[in-house]
Design a protein around this ligand. Structure first.
Ligand code: NAD
Ligand code: DAU
Length: 372
């Protein structure tokens, strides 16, 4: 079967990657979408069950650090586009085990770049694209200059919790081993444009939430704990601020930027939607209790303040004006709607949650692909 384009999406079995793969497979039947994923603890092919039999979809279990395999997949499939999401993504894990973050996020990205270069450069760069998905955490942390939260913050300059935002011009100042590794990978991607002329794009996005997120991250972890009436470990006093974006809005932005973004550019992606952790957690409790038919306030006492994360970044807030002005992207969902949709999804998909928390998903899919 011949396709208009052959595109590798790395990390497609993870949280954001699975939404991107689904969007591309469904929207572009004329494209061949190759999901290249190692299936680490964070990769779960159950996230893509609904599209796994589509004729324009192929899954390949592979490590992005394995140069020969990556190069073979690129050349055998005539790949002309790479959307790179595979990474170690959890900050807490990076604090206890930084080395795998350097390996996957830095060396893995470099391996992909070099494998693509060796295949693309002799053909010329025309029609090729390497799109690297990065994070707002590379910019470091912002001040909390409006600690009580100003509801008119967005109108009077800055956001509700501070005057400034991260823009594309911000200097890189990563603090955690995770963000340091992501920052390093961003630099390598830009270096491949500057040095070899590879058509690259980098985007830096804020915190995503929605279905299929691994329940080690705040939102799915807390929904699952509320469901099971387990303590909710709030780091520090819950004063840290994050800017939340519904994952399908991120996937839409990726689609738009992959097709219409300008080469060698950086685009910030965010929802102008800052929340202090403790306030967000109260919304989660209220929404989960409501959907479970529990009386309001019955799970408030699950909130448990615990030792803060080391080097915990105080505030993230993204200015995505460039993306809006140049390409017309805006988030489609209001936060209240997105959160209710998300809580409902986890409650309706308790088998998915239970499989992930028990680790059963790894036994099933990893063994299936290992034996091929
Ligand atoms: P995730 O942890 O849910 O998924 C990561 C995926 O990468 C998994 O499927 C895993 O199996 C795969 N992977 C890991 N190491 C690999 C390797 N060596 N070779 C091949 N595959 C490998 O991550 P996520 O939250 O979906 O994040 C995806 C990307 O988006 C990451 O690059 C992350 O830095 C970035 N990002 C995430 C967020 C967020 O809020 N989650 C926000 C901004 C940017
Ligand atoms: O900003 C984008 C980043 O968002 C992505 O690059 C990362 O891959 C993604 O994991 C996310 O990083 P955070 O560290 O912000 O997300 P996390 O869900 O781990 O934590 C969100 C906030 O909640 C943060 O301030 C820490 C706090 N937290 C988290 C957990 C897991 C708690 O208070 N308790 C917890 O148990």
């Amino acid at each position: 079967m011949s396709f208009e384009r052959n595109i590798i999406i790395t990390g497609g079995a993870g949280f954001i990657g699975s939404h991107v793969v689904r969007l591309f497979v469904e929207k572009y039947p004329q494209y061949h979408i190759i999901n290249l994923d190692k299936l680490t603890y964070a990769g779960n092919l159950a996230n893509l069950k609904d599209i796994e039999d589509r004729p324009n979809y192929t899954f390949i279990k592979a490590d992005i650090c394995d140069f020969e395999t990556v190069k073979r997949v690129i050349s055998e499939n005539g790949v002309d586009g790479i959307i790179h999401l595979a990474a170690e993504s959890h900050v807490d894990r990076s604090i206890t085990d930084p080395f795998v973050f350097a390996k996957t996020n830095v060396l893995g990205t470099l391996t992909l770049l070099q494998a693509a270069r060796e295949y693309w450069e002799p053909q010329g760069w025309e029609g090729k694209r390497f799109y690297h998905i990065s994070t707002d955490e590379v910019y470091g942390a912002l001040e909390l200059t409006r600690p009580e939260g100003d509801p008119d913050g967005n109108e009077c300059g800055g956001g509700p919790y501070g005057e400034d935002f991260f823009t594309e011009e911000n200097k890189y100042q990563p603090h955690s081993p995770y963000s340091a590794a992501k920052a390093s990978s961003d630099h390598f991607v830009r270096a491949y444009y500057d040095t070899y002329g590879m058509p690259t794009i980098v985007t830096n996005c804020s915190n995503n939430y929605g279905p299929y997120q691994f329940p080690e991250k705040l939102i799915p972890l807390f929904i699952n704990n509320i469901r099971n009436r387990k303590p909710l470990p709030v780091y520090g006093r819950g004063e840290n601020v994050r800017d939340w974006l519904y994952v399908e809005d991120h996937a839409r932005a990726i689609d738009l930027i992959f097709h219409e973004g300008k080469v060698a550019q950086t685009y910030n992606i965010g929802g102008f939607n800052e929340w202090k952790n403790i306030d967000l957690i109260k919304v989660l409790i209220r929404t989960t209790d409501k959907l479970l038919g529990r009386p309001e306030g019955s799970d408030d006492d699950l909130i448990t303040f615990v030792t803060d994360r080391k080097g915990h970044d105080l505030r993230y807030a993204i200015d995505s004006t460039k993306l809006k002005t140049e390409l017309g992207w805006e988030p489609s969902l209001q936060f209240e709607e997105g959160i209710e949709k998300t809580v409902r999804w986890y409650l309706d998909n308790q088998d998915w949650l239970d499989n992930v928390t028990s680790g059963d998903y790894q036994n099933y899919y990893s063994k299936m692909y290992d034996s091929r």
